[in-house]
Write a protein that binds this ligand. Structure first.
Ligand code: ATR
Length: 273
């Protein structure tokens, strides 16, 4: 049977086996999908061993995405732009192809929530790997402006400069932010430390949509804040998780699974509904 897995550390909490097993059942694909948690300095070896032993493809999550970028034979254009790889496929020619489906997953989830990106004014909080992965797919939707704000302003400036060929993208400090945004996307890892990005609550208005790439069994701190201030629409990253997985599944198997039912099952599994 074709073998797939997700590499991460820690990875025991990963929902990817759950999601991909449902995709496989739905599309009647014969495959198995497992977990691998190599020691931090043993990822390269573990990856080689997996493919030497007949593995067909894998997902890569924190903290190995940047390392995976350097280990594959060939990169998709979107992985090159993201500077990170979350999906690897062994092609029929024996080439390890590195791809990145995170940004596509975000955009697909935003669209499934009915969010309009074209001509919108988007604020992206954070300038780490998650923000980098999201930029090209977001700019491809032709927003009127995309502003990056980050605690370390220099990193936001660097990202804006790197992506300015793809659209109207600028960097501002949190203090400089002004005017009305249509959509705010939180890509920071602040909530992992139980913190909030320093966004002035006055920027959250009743016609704004808020997306937090994080998710949990209950509202993230950022979503709670957005609700308190009357945001029209709030979304967490669970849908992005399922959509990036669907995109990876499509890369591997050439068949696109439906996501709605799987997302519902995942929510049930997490106790969210
Ligand atoms: P990831 O790959 O998940 O994006 P990362 O590369 O470590 O992770 O980036 C984390 C992002 O969250 C960074 O933009 C970080 O800001 P700095 O560049 O200033 O470090 C941001 N971040 C983390 N904790 C934060 C906090 N408490 N407030 C605001 N931003 C925070």
């Amino acid at each position: 049977m074709d073998r797939y897995l997700v590499f991460g550390h820690p990875v025991r909490h990963s929902k990817s086996p759950f999601i991909h097993t449902l995709f496989a059942r739905q599309t009647q694909q014969e495959l198995e999908y497992g977990l691998a948690e190599p020691a931090i300095d043993e990822f390269a070896q573990a990856l080689r061993t997996f493919f030497d032993q007949g593995g067909k493809g894998c997902n890569v999550t924190v903290p190995f995405k940047e390392q995976a970028f350097t280990l594959v034979d060939c990169l998709s254009p979107r992985a090159k732009r993201a500077g990170a790889v979350n999906t690897i496929k062994l092609t029929d020619d024996g080439v390890l192809l590195g791809d990145n489906t995170d940004g596509a997953g975000l955009v697909a989830d935003l669209k499934s929530h009915g969010v309009t990106l074209a001509d919108s004014r988007i604020l992206l909080l954070g300038a780490g790997g998650a923000a980098r992965g999201a930029l090209a797919p977001l700019l491809a939707e032709l927003p009127s402006e995309l502003v990056i704000a980050n605690r370390t302003h220099a990193k936001a400036q660097q990202l804006a400069a790197e992506f300015c060929d793809l659209g109207h993208v600028t960097a501002q400090t949190y203090e400089q932010l002004a005017g009305s945004f249509d959509l705010v996307i939180n890509s920071t890892s602040a909530s992992l430390q139980g913190e909030l990005p320093p966004l002035a609550p006055a920027l959250i208005h009743t016609d704004i949509a808020i997306y937090d790439m994080m998710y949990g069994a209950s509202d993230t701190a950022f979503i709670s804040l957005a609700k308190q201030h009357g945001a029209r629409q709030t979304m967490d990253g669970l849908g992005m998780l399922v959509e990036q997985a669907a995109e990876a599944f499509t890369v591997w198997r050439g068949i696109r699974p439906g996501t709605k039912q799987v997302l519902r099952e995942l929510k049930r599994n997490l106790g969210v509904i």
